[in-house]
Design a protein around this ligand. Structure first.
Ligand code: MF3
Ligand code: CO
Ligand code: CO
Length: 314
């Protein structure tokens, strides 16, 4: 997701997640065969300024449906290896290999210098966790954020997974975060304002006394990983930009048990809650249709990773 400016928030009264997540060792850079089509930043690491429209042509929408479905499959398969002892580097290797097997490029690899092919964010890590040698532990919660580039377009999707036995409070955070994404998807209408998204998410989070992260936001996505369109997950009545038909974008709310304020590790990527409390995120890539937002990141059978979570979404 895109980065937003910093803002102070309340001091948390929620106990931090113990022990904190610490960094492990990075495996060597993974290779992508020469025949795979690469996004423009793959060599330089720099995406440069966004030049694409925020809307897609019918052909691009068809490609986004195909790429989105492939990304959804990869996320499902990544979820299958989540268990105590699996390292986040093993998840990276699987996502990398499956992306290539699908004929695509794993979009995170070398995006602004990101060193791995997927983001893995555990417990108090909000987003952009870098896969490493840390083994998942019983009771952890993890977000796996898969983005695939194929047929000239990106499909960006993430979900939470439970590692062994997870405490009730964390499970409720995960459940409410998924609900907030679904409510936001249902809330948007063609020509309606971007603010409808944050309104739906913030209202649901507030009802459950969870925080909403402001520093990272959803974004336009399509022929570019991140377009100029910004999708905050909090309510701001000034966000009047209309979501016209054929607009392609993500919604990817991050909710927190405690205060939603973020700090970044000195790896330049890993974003954690300052108070150390847990956080959850789900993401879909969407295209606005006449009938409402259509999810690109579901399998041809209409499945996605969060359908398999043992939570009851209202
Ligand atoms: N997939 C993330 C998003 O939802 C972006 C990750 S950028 C990376 O926008 F470089 F960390 F991969
Ligand atoms: Co995204
Ligand atoms: Co993502």
């Amino acid at each position: 997701m895109a980065k937003r400016k910093r803002r102070n928030g309340p001091v948390s009264k929620v106990a931090p997640s113990l022990p904190p997540v610490t960094r492990g060792l990075l495996s060597p850079t993974r290779r992508v065969p020469a025949e795979i089509e690469r996004p423009p930043y793959a060599v330089s690491g720099e995406p440069g300024p966004s030049v694409s429209s925020v809307t897609r042509t019918p052909d691009e929408i068809a490609a986004m449906r195909r790429t989105g479905a492939a990304a959804a499959e990869i996320l499902l398969r990544a979820g299958d290896i989540v268990r105590p002892g699996t390292t986040t580097d093993e998840i990276d290797r699987l996502v990398h290999d499956l992306s290539i097997e699908a004929g695509g490029y794993p979009s995170p690899l070398n995006y602004r210098g990101f060193k791995k092919s997927v983001c893995t964010s555990v417990n108090e890590v909000i987003c952009h966790g870098v896969p490493d040698s840390r083994p998942l532990a019983d009771g952890d919660i993890i977000n796996i954020d898969v983005t695939l580039f194929r047929d000239g377009v990106h499909g960006d999707t993430s979900a939470m997974f439970f590692v062994g036995d997870v405490d009730a409070e964390s499970r409720r955070l995960v459940e409410v975060t998924l609900e907030s994404l679904m409510l936001a998807i249902a809330a948007v209408t063609p020509g309606g304002p971007v603010s409808d998204i944050g309104k739906a998410i913030e209202r649901h989070a507030a009802k459950h006394r969870f925080g909403v992260v402001r520093e990272f936001i959803g974004h336009g996505v399509g022929t570019e990983f991140h377009t100029n369109l910004q999708i905050p997950h909090y309510y701001d009545r000034r966000l009047t930009t209309p979501l016209e038909t054929a607009t392609s974008f993500t919604i990817e709310p991050m909710l927190t048990l405690g205060a939603p304020d973020a700090a970044i590790w000195d790896d330049g990527w890993t974003a954690v809650t300052i108070d150390g409390t847990r956080t959850a995120q789900f993401e879909h890539t969407l295209v606005m249709a006449e009938s409402g937002a259509e999810r690109m990141t579901v399998t041809p059978a209409g499945e996605c990773a969060h359908d398999r979570l043992p939570v009851a979404v209202v």
